[in-house]
Design a protein around this ligand. Structure first.
Ligand SMILES: C[S@@+](CC[C@H](N)C(=O)[O-])C[C@H]1O[C@@H](n2cnc3c(N)ncnc32)[C@H](O)[C@@H]1O
Length: 292
């Protein structure tokens, strides 16, 4: 940029350097391996939800692996959680676990004899019931590279320790996680649908906490089937919420400009990606009284 500093570079940063989070110490409650999953942010989410002792509801409009809703309900940080997801393949898993027969899915995973032939038979079936779709999604998420289930992703070939497609297939663990969710699912609602619609509907819900983790693509890296959303519109909608919110993004110039445009407050957190790349995540919220 011809030696000039952009606004982005001159703006003071509000950094915190939290104690390094040992992700292994955070209970893994989701049946998904989720690219960009927020397990590492759980200690911050706990603080955010503990700021007020009143009964509260959580809405996670871009649920993905749903780690925030699951943790919040398991740890009694909220009384009720609502998860929303648009992707049909991911949504099928939550429809079956939360709204359907979760034990069926748990058993199916536990008893499945994973071979490339058996896996292909499941994945290639065209007309699937919602249960078959749920099972197929879990399978893909475990045996495709990096857990990525978009079109064009491929089967793991050699996997960890040359174990091939079985390298990420932990049937007993998945079975147990799904049964555990079954015990608390009365406190969780799941809806297949569009985050924007649901946020709009709940705009005036004063006692609601919104954990908003939208898809954000950098350098064209596509992790999700639904990856194109209107970020400006999401900021605009978030700024109108009467409840509390936490909005998370990669820390980029585009996002900082939106934070400025809507007069919001933020903090940044350094984190390491699964590929051990150090980057900053930006956390935008309506008040940071709980942070200090
Ligand atoms: C960054 S991921 C969420 C990850 C999640 N926080 C976790 O830790 O597992 C974003 C999710 O939003 C979903 N999504 C994209 N557009 C959506 C929309 N308009 N409405 C609802 N969900 C959407 C994607 O399919 C993806 O699962």
């Amino acid at each position: 940029m011809d030696g000039q500093l952009s606004i982005f570079e001159t703006k003071p940063r509000k950094d915190i350097t939290p104690k390094a989070v040992n992700v292994a110490s955070i209970p893994q409650r989701s049946p998904f391996r989720y690219p960009g999953g927020k397990t590492w942010l759980i200690p911050v989410v706990r603080k955010w939800l503990r700021q007020c002792k009143e009964p509260k509801k959580l809405i996670e409009p871009f649920a993905g692996g749903g780690i925030v809703s699951l943790t919040a309900v398991f740890e009694k940080l909220v009384d009720q959680a609502l998860m929303i997801e648009l992707d049909k393949e991911i949504a099928a898993v939550w429809e079956v676990i939360i709204n359907g027969n979760h034990s069926w899915l748990a058993e199916q995973i536990y008893s499945f004899d994973l071979t490339p032939e058996h896996a292909n038979r499941i994945l290639q079936k065209e007309e699937k019931t919602i249960e078959e779709q749920a099972f197929s999604t879990i399978l893909k998420n475990r045996i495709f590279h990096g857990g990525i289930i978009t079109k064009g992703s491929g089967l793991i070939k050699n996997g960890e320790n040359g174990k091939g497609i079985k390298s990420r297939w932990y049937p007993k663990t998945l079975h147990d996680r799904i049964l555990a969710i079954g015990y608390v699912k009365k406190k969780i609602n799941f809806e297949t649908g569009d985050a924007f619609e649901k946020i709009k509907k709940a705009k005036h819900d004063f006692g609601t906490y919104f954990f908003i983790d939208p898809p954000y693509t950098i350098a064209g890296k596509r992790l999700y089937t639904h990856f194109e959303i209107d970020h400006d519109a999401l900021f605009s909608l978030t700024a109108q919420l009467e409840g509390k919110f936490m909005l998370t993004y990669d820390d980029t110039e585009e996002i900082r400009n939106l934070v400025d445009k809507y007069g919001m407050d933020f903090r940044t957190i350094p984190m390491k990606t699964t590929h051990h790349i150090q980057k900053n995540e930006i956390i935008i919220s309506d008040n940071f009284g709980w942070w200090e």
